[in-house]
Design a protein around this ligand. Structure first.
Ligand code: 6PG
Length: 254
C-alpha cells in the first residue's frame, strides 16, 4: 500500500474544482478506451459543490455520461424524498440537471423493509455492471468518500457490524448513536478500487483528520483508517482549514 497523496486547497470551492477536473479526466481516459467509467459517490454536505460543478453545462458537456455508471457509497434508511436522503441531495445537485447521469445511476434502496435483501440486490447490480472475475471483488474506477467528525466514512461507523464486514460487498448497518439504519459499501469494495478520493473541509474536521492521518492505526475506532486500497490510488482532497493541524511535512505536500 502506497502512502496517501495529500492535496490541499485554499477552500472547498477550489477543492471541488480540482476533484471535478480529476473526475472528468478519469472518465474520459476510460471513454477513450471505449470502457465504462464506474464511480461511487458519498452523501453528506461536503460533496455538494462538487456535484453542482459536474452539473454545470460548461463542464457537463465534457463528460462522457453515456459511458458513466454511477453508484452510491452509502444511504440512510429513509425514503428518496426525505431531507436526509443522500440520493435526494445527489438528485437535486446533479441528476435532475443531467438526464444522462440519472439514466446511468444506481440508487441504494435503503428505505426497504428488508435491508439485507436490498443490500444483496445492490451487490447484484455491482456484479452486473462491473462484471468482476469469478471470486473477485468488483473494482470501481473511483470512489468519493467523506470523513465524519468521529472518523467514520461511508456508513462504516466505529463499533458497528458493517465496519467489521470482510466478505460482503454491501451491508446493512444499524448505527446506535444515530438510532438509524443504513446501507453501505464495505471495506472489500472500497479497498479494491483503482482510486479513492477523500473530500474533507472545514476547521471542525481538523482534529479528526490529524488523528486519522497522523495518529496510531486504529480503524475500529477511526474507520476511515481502514480505507487502504490494495492496488489503487488514495488521495486526500483537503481545504486549508481542515489541514491546519497536520504536520508541516504533510501540509507542504506538492
Ligand atoms: C453519509 C455520508 C458520510 C459522510 C460523512 C461526512 O451518509 O453521511 O456518506 O460518510 O461522507 O459523514 O459528511 P459531511 O461531508 O456532511 O461532513
Amino acid at each position: 500500500m502506497s502512502e496517501p497523496e495529500i492535496r490541499i486547497f485554499p477552500n472547498l470551492d477550489e477543492m471541488s474544482a480540482a476533484l471535478a477536473a480529476r473526475f472528468v479526466a478519469a472518465a474520459n481516459e476510460r471513454s477513450r478506451r471505449e470502457e465504462n467509467f464506474c464511480a461511487a459517490v458519498s452523501g453528506g454536505q461536503t460533496p455538494r459543490p462538487f456535484f453542482e460543478r459536474l452539473a454545470d453545462s460548461a463542464l457537463s458537456a465534457s463528460i462522457p455520461w453515456t459511458r458513466m455508471r454511477l453508484f452510491q457509497v452509502d444511504e440512510r434508511a429513509v425514503p428518496p424524498d426525505h431531507p436526509q436522503s443522500n440520493y435526494g441531495m445527489l438528485r437535486r445537485t446533479l441528476l435532475d440537471h443531467v438526464p444522462a447521469a440519472a439514466a446511468n445511476f444506481h440508487r441504494m434502496e435503503a428505505e426497504r423493509a428488508n435491508l439485507s435483501v436490498a443490500a444483496l440486490e445492490y451487490e447484484g447490480v455491482l456484479a452486473r455492471e462491473l462484471r468482476p472475475p469469478q471470486n473477485h471483488v468488483p473494482r470501481l474506477d473511483l470512489i468519493l468518500l467523506g470523513l465524519g467528525a468521529d472518523g467514520h466514512t461511508a456508513s462504516l461507523f466505529p463499533g458497528t457490524p458493517a465496519q467489521a464486514e470482510r466478505e460482503r460487498w454491501v451491508a446493512p448497518n444499524f448505527v446506535p448513536k444515530l438510532n438509524m439504519h443504513r446501507m453501505t459499501l464495505t471495506y472489500p469494495v472500497l479497498n479494491a478500487a483503482a482510486e479513492v478520493a477523500f473530500m474533507v473541509a472545514g476547521e471542525e474536521k481538523s482534529r479528526i483528520l490529524q488523528e486519522v492521518l497522523e495518529g496510531p492505526l486504529r480503524p475500529e475506532l477511526f474507520p476511515a483508517q481502514g480505507v487502504q486500497p490494495a492496488s489503487g490510488r488514495l488521495v486526500w482532497y483537503l481545504d486549508r482549514a481542515a489541514a491546519e493541524r497536520l504536520s508541516n511535512a504533510r501540509r507542504s505536500a506538492p
